[in-house]
Structures are given as C-alpha cells and as structure tokens.
Write a protein that binds this ligand. Structure first.
Ligand SMILES: [Zn+2]
Length: 403
C-alpha cells in the first residue's frame, strides 16, 4: 500500500471515478477483445448501463470499434467490441550507438512500418537525420492519427529536466532531445532508458507476465542496463537514474569502464566481453601477446555465428560471459526478489548453452530458496522498440494517478 503523499495529492472527484472505470473498461477490451458489453459488465462488476455509457464514449473517441456479431444460444446477437487498430499510430525510436530504428505501430504494438539509419555521432545531427524521416512517415500514412513518439536510449533520463544524462556508450553529453523532436513533429515525445523500456514491454505485451508485479529486465548489448518494476511500477529513483547495476563494481581493481569506474559489471558481461575473452585466448594460444591480433579480432556478431556453428573457443568465450551475467543477476535476485528476470539481447540466441550456466551461478549464490524465473526474450520481438510503444500506450491505458 502506498502512503498518501501530502505534498502532492489529488482528491477524488466524480470525474476521477469515471476516469478509473473508463481505463478499466479500456484495458478489459484490450485483453479480452473481441468482447461483448455483457462480458465487460461481468468482468468489471460495473452496471450494464455504466458499461454502455463508457463504451459509447470510447467508440465516439474512436479508441474502440464494433466488429462482428457474437454468438449466443438465443436472443439478439451482441455486437463485439475491439480496439480500433486504424485510429492510433504510435512512433517508436530505438537509439543504439551504431544504429537507430524507427517504427510505426498500432495499439497492439504491431509494427506497420519500420526503417533504420546510422546513429549520428552528434545529437544535433541525429535530430536533423530523424525529423525528415518522421515527417515522411506521416505523409505516407495520412489516415492515422498519431498519439506520440516513444524513444528508448542507452542512457538515463533526468526525471526533472527530461534531458538525457549519463550515456557512456552513446558518447553524447547531457542533451535535450524532447524539445527539438516535439518542435519538429508537433507530437508529444516520451524518453526512456532502454532497459526500462524493455521492462515496460514485458508488462504491457508479454502474455507470461500478465500476473507478474515484480520484474527485472536486463538488457545485454554494448552495455548492460537494468529496468526494475516493483509492485507494478518502474523504479526511477530521485534523479531517474535508478537501475544502473551495469556500473556496479563486480571486479575490484578491474578493467576501466567508459563511466570512469573500474571493474563494472558491464565490462565483464556486455557484448564486448566475449570478444575480449576470445581474442585473449587466441593470443595466449599462440603464446605471443600481439596487439595487432586484438585489433583484428572478430565482431560480436561474428563471434555469435562462430558459437552457433559449434566453434569451441567461441563457446568458451560465451561461457565466461554467462558466468559474469549469472554473477550480476544473482545480485539482482538476492537484492530484489523479483518474480522474473528477463534477459534481453542478441546473446539470448545462445540461451540453450548460456541459460543453464547463468542459472547455475545464480543458484550457487542465492541463499534463500528463490522462486525467481530467469527467461530470455525473443530478439525478433524487438523488445526495445516495443517498449517505446508502451511509453505512449501507458498514458491512456495506465492506472490514473490519484491520492
Ligand atoms: Zn561503468
């Protein structure tokens, strides 16, 4: 139960009750569609007349449409309701150090259009690259009304200023992306850390997490990000920077990280780590330390392919990465006791091998008999991009802030 915040509260009005019921009905339609008004009344416990009033309003606002007739044993066949897929378009932008993806999605986070571009080294250039592509997208789909733009970033967003802060892998300084993107498109823009976006994607779109209230998403890519959902809510901390477990020291006096600290978790378990392990082993094998070998080492994608083809050295490099992933996840399991830890990233393609290795490390370090499940996400489902859709969706479908 949340304590009532006497410095920032909102008393309930009759409008509050209407808003809550409206959002409940909208969510019930989303999860049970196609659904009849009678079933909505049954699921919600609301009066039939109240349900009718709310659904009329939702139809008028074009959030919901009436589709085919349902089947009943006798009497008038009810008209079934579902979300209006044609009404709403949400733009998602997933920024990664090398490549940025742009997508147009409907209310069910189905991607209608998608494209990508190289990520500019300079944030001003990034806006100049992205804005005309967005305007072009609007031109190509004039029938859609756009609700907003969600942006996922490999960094943290300052909660008060909405500026991007602390993005060591992107190399951008503290920057305001919201204002220029809103000015260029006329749409509201929501920014979020990539790991938080992935956690939201799980909460909003994954079937298995329908009843999960405590969830941790670990994104493994150029760095390691962690998004934490406790009691159904994202943990942000005072500055919005909560969740930076990737920069907790795991190896005392370890390797220097881009954040300036030494021995950070992400130095040992992000995508650059297995490349380093592989190159080091190759150099050791030849028994002559050669910096040129390091420079001409495989890329992460090459190494992933080698491992999938059964290359022993490549698999050993991923075993080492899995060990450190397990060490960090053990810390999350002990500290947060979540229902589920979802692992996001291309490395999950090797889950058959790394999954058991991760779980073994976690089991050896967790003292209580934890019931936390550790599961991979499907990279083809593009969780980072789906998370950006959830950013906008939750404004209409999320629980309202009261008291
Ligand atoms: Zn660091």
């Amino acid at each position: 139960m949340r304590k009532i915040d006497l410095s920032n509260f909102q008393v309930a009005t009759s409008e509050t009750a209407r808003d809550i019921n409206r959002r409940i009905v909208l969510n019930l339609i989303r999860s049970h569609q196609p659904v009849s008004r009678a079933d909505l009344a049954r699921h919600s416990g609301l009066q039939r007349s109240t349900v009718s009033l709310i659904t009329e309003q939702l139809i008028e606002e074009r959030w919901v449409t009436e589709g085919a007739n349902g089947r009943v044993p006798r009497g008038r066949r009810p008209r079934l309701l579902h979300l209006n897929q044609e009404r709403v378009g949400i733009i998602g932008i997933n920024v990664r150090p090398i490549k940025t993806a742009i997508a147009l999605a409907d209310l069910d986070a189905r991607f209608v259009a998608q494209e990508s571009l190289p990520t500019a080294k300079d944030p001003k250039q990034f806006i100049a690259d992205v804005a005309p592509r967005l305007r072009n997208l609007f031109k190509l789909h004039p029938e859609i009304s756009y609700e907003g733009i969600g942006v996922s970033l490999p960094g943290r967003i300052d909660a008060a200023t909405q500026r991007l802060v602390f993005a060591p892998n992107l190399g951008w300084g503290e920057v305001d992306l919201k204002t220029p993107l809103e000015a260029a498109t006329g749409l509201p823009v929501e920014l979020e850390n990539a790991a938080n976006a992935c956690a939201l994607a799980e909460v909003w779109f994954a079937r298995r997490t329908e009843t999960v209230h405590n969830l941790v998403a670990v994104t493994v890519s150029e760095g390691i990000g962690v998004g934490v959902i406790v009691n159904g809510q994202l943990i942000r901390g005072t500055t919005g920077a909560a969740g930076e477990f990737g920069h907790i020291t795991l190896v005392e006096d370890g390797l220097v990280c881009a954040c300036g600290n030494r021995g950070c978790w992400e130095m040992y378990a992000s995508n650059s780590a297995p490349v380093r392990y592989y190159t080091q082993a190759a150099t050791r094998g030849r028994n002559r330390p050669d910096s040129r070998t390091q420079a001409s080492g495989p890329s992460f994608d090459d190494l992933l392919r080698l491992a999938e083809q059964g290359d022993r050295k490549a698999n050993e490099a991923f075993d080492q990465m899995a060990h450190y992933l397990g060490a960090g996840i053990a810390m999350l399991v002990v500290g947060l006791a979540p229902d589920v830890v979802v692992v996001v990233g291309e490395v999950t393609r090797l889950w058959k091998r790394i999954g058991p290795a991760i779980k073994q490390v976690v089991e050896s370090r967790v003292f209580s008999h934890a019931s936390t499940r550790i599961v991979p996400t499907d990279p083809s489902a593009q969780p980072r991009l789906r998370g950006t859709i959830a950013l906008i969706l939750q404004k209409h479908f999320g629980a309202p802030a009261v008291a």
